[in-house]
Each structure stands twice: as structure tokens, then as C-alpha cells.
Design a binder for this molecule. Sequence first.
Ligand SMILES: Nc1ncnc2c1ncn2[C@@H]1O[C@H](COP(=O)(O)OP(=O)(O)OP(=O)(O)O)[C@@H](O)[C@H]1O
Ligand SMILES: [Mg+2]
Length: 242
Amino acid sequence: MENKLNNELILENINKKYDDESLVLKDINLKLPKSTRLSVLGPSGSGKTTLLRLIAGLENPDSGNILFDGQQMNSYPAHKRNFGMMFQEFALFPHLNVFDNIAFGLKMKGLNKDRIKFRVSEMLLMTGLDGFSQRHIDELSGGERQRVALARTLAPSPDLIMLDEPLSSLDKVLRKRLLIELTKIISKLSITTIFVTHDHEEAFATGDIVIIMKQGVIEQKGTPEQLIQTPKNQWVKDFLGV
Ligand SMILES: Nc1ncnc2c1ncn2[C@@H]1O[C@H](COP(=O)(O)OP(=O)(O)OP(=O)(O)O)[C@@H](O)[C@H]1O
Ligand SMILES: [Mg+2]
């Protein structure tokens, strides 16, 4: 049988420090088969964003390997990894309209005008933003902005997407609704998704597998059920409030 793309993400013995400070990530090992939905949960400063930035190629590990689909990624610059990242504050371009925001990554890839138009329309439909293409970013609600950010992340057909606290700037009611919408959109895709949050309800709602980070280490890894039923120690228990 043909050897198909396995799109597996492997982190091996990853260590990371900034400047001469102490280690921010300590011996991280993680294996994510294709289409895994991973939630990364942990208190502020535990290294969640750093972990994503390393996978994305925005930072380099001090030691250890990052492999994707069997390929060593360490020396690949961010734009060659074909990974999508959505940040907390969305980082949309305020001077561009919805269409141009979503088209951004496609233009960078060098797609022609017709293909860009087609793909942006697909993304607008998928995220329920049909009819919004000419709107400016400052004419959108928080929830609509979030969907534009998601559409922009998904447009270039990434092999893996990472969402860093994508809901944290929104109020509680909207958060809940958008979490449902976001999960619905993502569950239709068969790509690996890494979702960072410090809210365990969100982590459990979005992840098949959850890792709990504490001071740069993976304190526990498991399904939501495993974590709730058999928290490893008192710290995990307290953190999850179980
Ligand atoms: N660019 C940087 N330079 C120096 N130290 C940094 C830098 N970015 C993060 N750190 C430090 O690394 C540690 C981990 O930070 P990180 O942003 O990964 O945590 P986090 O889990 O994402 O936290 P939060 O939930 O607050 O977003 C923190 O102690 C932080 O102060
Ligand atoms: Mg963070």
C-alpha cells in the first residue's frame, strides 16, 4: 500500500528558555496522530503560548526535536510549515476589509485572483459570514471578528491549526455561544487542532485529549474523562476543581 501522509506531530525532549532565564518548557514529549484535537490547559505563565510558538516556528527550542509527517521541522521557517495560528487578540488587519483579511495568506501563497475569490467565498460560507466580505473590521462585533480570524487561519488549508485562547477577550455569554460554533466548524475538518485555554470547561468541550501544563512541564495528559475521574495529584484536582 502507498505510504500516505500521516500528518503526525511529534515533540521530543523539547527544552526552551528565553535569554538566560530558567527553562520555560522542560523536556516536553508529545505525540499527536492526525486529526487529534488537543486542548492545552494550565495557569498563566505555564508555557502554553511558548509551546504553540515553538510548533509554529516563531521560536526555536534550545534542544529537542519537532517532527511533522516524519519531517524534522526545527530548521523550517514558520511560513514553510503550513500551520495556521489564531491568536487571542485575533491580530486582524484593521485597515483591510473582511475579504482582504481572509485572502491574506492566499496572496502570500501566490494563488491567482480567481482561486482566491473562490476560496474566500468558501470560507465566508463556512463561518457564516456570507455577505460580509466588503465590511471593515471595525464595523464587526467581537464574535464576527473571531469568525473572520478563524476563516483567515483556515483559508490556506493548513495541515494543523493552533488557537491561543481565541475566546478570552469576549464576555461570558458570547464565549459560550462561540465555543459551540467554533467546535462545530473545527469538527468538520480532519486536521489536527491545538486549543489553548485556561478554562477547563472549554478544554474539555473542545479536546479529545487534554494536557495540563504546570511550570513548563506536562503535569498530566488524558481524555477529559480520565482527567476528571483520575486526577494525578492534589494540584491537578485543585486546578480542575474536582
Ligand atoms: N518573549 C519572552 N521573553 C522572556 N520571557 C518570556 C517571553 N515570553 C514568555 N516568557 C515567559 O515564559 C513563561 C511562559 O510564558 P507563556 O506565555 O508561554 O505562558 P502561558 O501559559 O501562555 O501564560 P498565559 O496563560 O498568561 O497566556 C512566563 O514565565 C513568561 O514570563
Ligand atoms: Mg499565553
